[in-house]
Design a protein around this ligand. Sequence first.
Ligand SMILES: Cc1cc2nc3c(=O)[nH]c(=O)nc-3n(C[C@H](O)[C@H](O)[C@H](O)COP(=O)(O)OP(=O)(O)OC[C@H]3O[C@@H](n4cnc5c(N)ncnc54)[C@H](O)[C@@H]3O)c2cc1C
Length: 537
Amino acid sequence: MNSPSPRGDASASGASFDAIFIGSGIGCLGAAAVLARHGMKVLVLEQHSIAGGMTHTFRRKGYEWDVGVHCLGKVHDPNAQLRQVFDFVTDGALGWARMAPVYDRLVFSDRSYDFIAGAEAFQEELGRAFPSERKAIATYLGLLRGVERASQRYFIQHVLPRWMTPLTYPVLGWPFRRHSNRTTGDVLRSLTSDSRLLGVLTGQWGNYALPPGESSFAMHALMAEYYLEGGCYPVGGAGSILDTIAPVITRAGGQLRVRAEVKEILVRDGRALGVRLTSGEDLLARHVISGAGAARTLGVLLPERWRPSEAVRALQRIPQSIGHLGLYLGLRGSPAEVGLPATNVWVHAGYDHDANLRAFRNDASSPLPVVYLSSSSARDPAWTQRHPGRSTLTAVCPAPYSWFERWEGTRWHRRGPEYEALKAQLTERLLSVVFDQFPQLRGRVEHQELSTPLSTAHFAHRPRGSIYGLEHSPERFRQPWLRSRLPIRDLLLVGQDAVSVGVGASLMSGVLAASVILRRNVLGDIERQSSAYRRAA
Ligand SMILES: Cc1cc2nc3c(=O)[nH]c(=O)nc-3n(C[C@H](O)[C@H](O)[C@H](O)COP(=O)(O)OP(=O)(O)OC[C@H]3O[C@@H](n4cnc5c(N)ncnc54)[C@H](O)[C@@H]3O)c2cc1C
């Protein structure tokens, strides 16, 4: 490493910063806003031309799509911790719209099932569909709540000093790891032998991209519990998240820079000093916070001699989650005219999600294991004003990176006719699912565009085009090193790898990191301040 200028002389265009962020995903943005609200000057560096990570939106021909924000849980309640955090990092500027009472519709070939907002309504509706399984459903809901409670202590111990880990990890972590150590399938089979009920309870598996036989039950439970009270969508679309957080950062003198790719984390004597950009520019700060994922941060951005061997070895055992296809449709007609619901629709190939995914992975011509359909135009109350006469729908489906690997190294939009032919074929298959569910959309498609795992790798720098970072398997939750505090001093990890997939979880990882830097209970501060936002609301 070239010798950087002395510590404290951090500079970007002559300015000095307290903290540098690698990436502008919600984990980084959240931590940056918390630090900014505590008077710190921060610099957020994003390699892409648009900031926001998976919360960014993109536009074509007057249409706008979100990428990684379709539905959030809990934020409808001003007293919920996640809502309080959002209020804090946006200074109360971000509004939320509740989705339809049916937040998820699971479609199987013989019938569909609705998940209705509110634990009681959920239980009642499923009980009607599976009358002999009412007891199993009640036990299941109790388990979800238990995992959620246990998770609080598990994640809090992530920010405790590393020397405490041998003590805190087994003691504080155990109530959570009791659940995270088992697969979703294992736990649910101990409650019921009804394979249809198993398929329905795990019908949202796409939210963590691992079927029941492979996913950690804790991940399943956290996700299912998170949505039990229904779904919400940011007013003004996913882009409002960045639009409302950025002013909080800049008001305190902070900056966001796009097209600023970090090539290396600068380390001296075991402390992170700053970063080097691919342009060759060195930027120094007291703290470096990476939202670039565990594998890239520890295995690529850190100079080789500082890579923690335990983590690097473990990262070879924990695969990245599967990639995905995203079909983005621009539709002629207002939301009222196209008649799409503000409900997540999951179209499944069958009740056995493990078998469906296995078959598809082995043979691309097998039925699509699950297709998730979501319409931002149907969810955003500000949509019609922003995009009159237009609507959108997004279809998401898992897809392995290996199918596209041969085009790695080719350029976006210049990957050649074979790649385009494969995309056209996959587009047709997704479109047929869309028209099956919503026949009224035939003749309304004005724009269609398919993303593949190569697009995710290109735009979000995700290893192997992974949809949600490290796989949410039992093994992932057995890693004491996978946490905000990393073995390099003044280097922290935020984002979905630090806690778990999801905008809410990634944002919370940012709060945890900010607590470490500020050496205070930031969640306590946020809770105390939340009454001001409640009064304003
Ligand atoms: C298709 C899809 C749908 C989803 N739907 C939902 C949903 O409905 N609800 C929900 O809660 N969650 C959803 N998620 C998950 C959620 O979007 C993510 O878990 C979350 O946004 C991840 O945030 P993060 O902080 O880890 O950062 P990311 O969003 O992963 O951003 C990381 C950023 O770092 C940048 N970066 C990487 N390396 C460098 C570098 N070297 N230098 C500079 N910048 C770098 C990347 O370009 C990227 O912008 C979805 C995700 C996907 C892909």
